[in-house]
Design a protein around this ligand. Structure first.
Ligand code: ADP
Length: 334
């Protein structure tokens, strides 16, 4: 175990990029997904062709970008990275796809946010490896079909339901990433601690894991904050107490709920008497975008049984009331 000291500041600028595993082997957790992906990639390699297009769906921070980089790395091909919101016109996408190399991976993050015209161009590019380039303007304009090399699109989305079905149908393999169990987050934390040069007690890694909302990105972020705590308090290594004290400061509670999660639950219970409440009203009450509440907070709250989705809207469960230390309005037991 290394000490946390001023020397470990040489590790201060290890970015999130460097915490990314670069092989399927070192990608932690998601065993079924990894097995499927391995089969899929092995088969493509044996057949000597680029694999079919891949769709990765799941909440933010679970490893979609990481997996896409792993795919490119495992195939030994370059990767081009873009995102739905970065592409404003179909022409932006046309120029990207027409400059791809044979076999290259094109990663499109937040693919559900592509503009409609770009989406249509993408269907054709994915299916026929062709793009129609417009030449000229006005009545004299014509389109020239351009043949593209075979490439692999990896789309990532937090809102699979928002993808139009023709686009969804063009992916040969869809993988759903799910929240990570505590045991896997603990492994991830110990691995990141090693890379960052932080000594973390086993029990402290466990405490961090259970407060990481099932999310690798959160686990890595909390680890960095706890490292700060260790440096400032001159701790030789991170203890469970250091984790408690530090995370209390950052308002991460014992269930790993963060400020947004707590704001959502509090609004549900206090302003809306436990619901049912619609997404837009709820988002307005906590001062967040509806999409953020829906993709970041809600899936975890639902999964952990704090919130339920009903046809009439979201409702707070008895676990939510209890966690906030509140009594539901018509609770006969109280
Ligand atoms: P997403 O694209 O789904 O939002 P990322 O791929 O950017 O998520 O992952 C967020 C961070 O979590 C990255 O820095 C990565 O290092 C780490 N990470 C994600 N999944 C794993 C995993 N299975 N094993 C190890 N690290 C992971």
């Amino acid at each position: 175990l290394r000490m946390i000291s001023a020397e470990s500041q040489s590790n201060e600028y290890i970015s999130d990029e460097e915490l990314r595993p670069d092989t399927l082997e070192t990608f932690i957790g998601q065993p079924q997904l990894k097995a499927q992906m391995k089969l899929f990639l092995d088969a493509a390699q044996l057949r000597g062709v680029p694999p079919d297009h891949i769709l990765l769906a799941g909440p933010p921070g679970l490893g979609k970008t990481t997996l896409s980089m792993i795919v490119a790395h495992e195939l030994g091909v370059p990767i081009r990275v873009t995102s739905g919101p970065a592409i404003q016109h179909a022409g932006d996408l046309a120029s990207i796809v027409s400059s791809l190399e044979e076999g290259e991976v094109l990663f499109i993050d937040e693919i559900h946010r592509l503009p409609r015209a770009a989406e249509e161009l993408l269907y054709i590019a994915m299916e026929d490896f062709r793009v129609d380039v417009m030449v000229g303007k006005g009545p004299g304009a014509s389109s020239i079909p351009l043949t593209l090399p075979r490439f692999t699109v990896i789309g990532a989305t937090t809102r699979e339901g928002m993808l139009p079905s023709p686009l969804r149908a063009r992916f040969g393999f869809t993988a759903h990433l799910d929240y990570y169990p505590h045991s896997e987050l603990k492994k991830l934390i110990l691995r990141s601690a090693d890379v960052l040069g932080i000594a973390v007690e086993d029990a402290a890694a466990h405490e961090l894991a259970i407060r990481s909302r099932g999310t690798p990105r959160v686990a890595n972020r909390l680890l960095r904050r706890v490292r700060d705590w260790g440096v400032v308090h001159s701790l030789g290594h991170i203890t469970p107490e250091a984790v408690f004290d530090c995370l209390e400061l950052y308002q991460i509670d014992s269930e790993g709920l963060d400020r947004l999660d707590i704001a959502v639950l509090t609004a549900m219970c206090k302003q809306f008497a436990g619901g049912p409440v619609g997404l837009n009203n709820l988002a307005a009450m906590v001062g967040e975008e509806a999409e953020t509440v829906e993709t970041v907070s809600e899936p975890y709250l639902v999964r952990e049984g704090f919130l339920a989705r009903t046809p009439r809207g979201r409702v707070a469960t008895s676990k939510a009331w209890k966690h906030l230390g509140l009594v539901p309005p018509n609770d006969v037991t109280s």
